[in-house]
Design a protein around this ligand. Sequence first.
Ligand code: GLA
Length: 517
Amino acid sequence: MNKKLSFALIVLLCSAMALAARNTPAATSKNILLKYKDSTINMAGCWRLDLVQDGNVTLTTYFILKKDTGMKYSGMIIINRSGRLAIRKQHMEGNELVFSPGWNRDYRLRLEGDKLHVTLIYSAGGQQQGFAVRAPIEETYPPKPLPLPELATIPYNGLAKTPPMGWNSWNHFSSRVNDSIVRAMADKMVSSGLVKAGYVYINIDDCWEGTRDADGNIVPNSKFPDMKALAAYVHSRGLKLGIYSSPGPVTCGGYLGSFGHEVQDANTYAAWGIDYLKYDWCSAGGIYKSEQLQAGYQKMGSALANCGRPIVYSLCEYGTNEVWKWGPQVGGNLWRTTGDIQDNWRSMSNIGFNQSKLAPYAAPGHWNDPDMLEVGNGGMTNTEYRTHFSLWCLQAAPLIAGNDLNLMTPETLNILGNTEAIAIDQDPLGHSAVQVAKDGDIQVWVRDLKDGSKAVGIFNTGTTTQTATLNFSDIKVDGKAQVRDLWLHKTMGKFDGQYKADVESHGVILLKVTPKK
Ligand code: GLA
């Protein structure tokens, strides 16, 4: 190479380097440096995590992460393709980003090559691990809403003239429910005698769903090999079978919902021999506006009305948009009035003592549903479970046990099987109790019964035993009345104007008060 040429080449190279340096944003070299200092920098972006869950079903979670200043991230999580939740309590532990979606779990994320190693830690115990990969943000967008029907009134199906009674898998078994558990619960319902007390529905909650076949028919997952055979078995025990779905593409657990298959699913349930459907809003919340709840529920209501089989219709949308005002119109036999119950005093009492204003909406065929029972699940004392059961019976709530019937203690069986309390719940008048007196920790709730007597609960929400006075004037009883204690199963005598009793902390005195001239 001659000298001139090599000089020209050097000049060309230098100017190319200068140009490259000019075109490269100053931030890049800084970023490269940061990348080495901060190994978490690349966590920003949209990530998809596929985890295989109970029933061999793959559920998808998305993390949408944004890097803020310093070592901070903010962002959203879409669990099981349901609604978006802001990530909370996020902080770094070493090179791991730790956060909670504010709901029964924590996540730990760390970068490994071009993947995110994810550890999902359940608050109830147990964890799962997997790798998330980068995904286009468009993947996280919910499907477009489907057309919904004009509002109309679905005729009453004639079912649930008294509040439904039975068992549901969610509170105890959650995603672990399977065919043999359902059969075992049906067996135990009979052998324990609870069937004689009135329990009839054996309800499979979420996590039974698998895929759709080539014709779009829903197929259960591997935990439920033959739903028709299961229904036949439950029927052979003199019981009825319930199932669960959602108007959205996925259920709250991330399994397949009825979105776009409402009529087809109702017909499938009828063909299997299903007697009860709990229909849970879940991912429909990311697609429809809350003003569309009624039409969304009406869509399945009319599918059920036309499926050729009587199916109790249980609406589960957590009390949004005053469902109690339109529940009957969409064919609903019961509607959840609150968020999910948990097996502790705080959750149960928050729900149970705050339903008084909904009493006017309970009526034969149409019930307020303060969620399923936790009796026997272990998070409350037997005294608290008696309060739980009494509140539900007074308020004409569906009595859907949520425990493992095979692990019932005699106390649990005594509570769930208290036929005198159940008679209050099932009273044909179908009235719900209201709070009529409150003095410190003592509350009095009363409900009219068909035979002219009153069901009364005297509750003590305080921390020590208290002597409570029931004034007959508060329950509109004039003069004398016979008082029967429905937990002691004992007629206490005839009383004039008032009745006094000691009520233990978090306890209840449940009475039937019959006016006697
Ligand atoms: C929601 C409902 C619960 C239960 C779960 C199942 O949280 O409110 O009762 O059905 O979904 O995923």
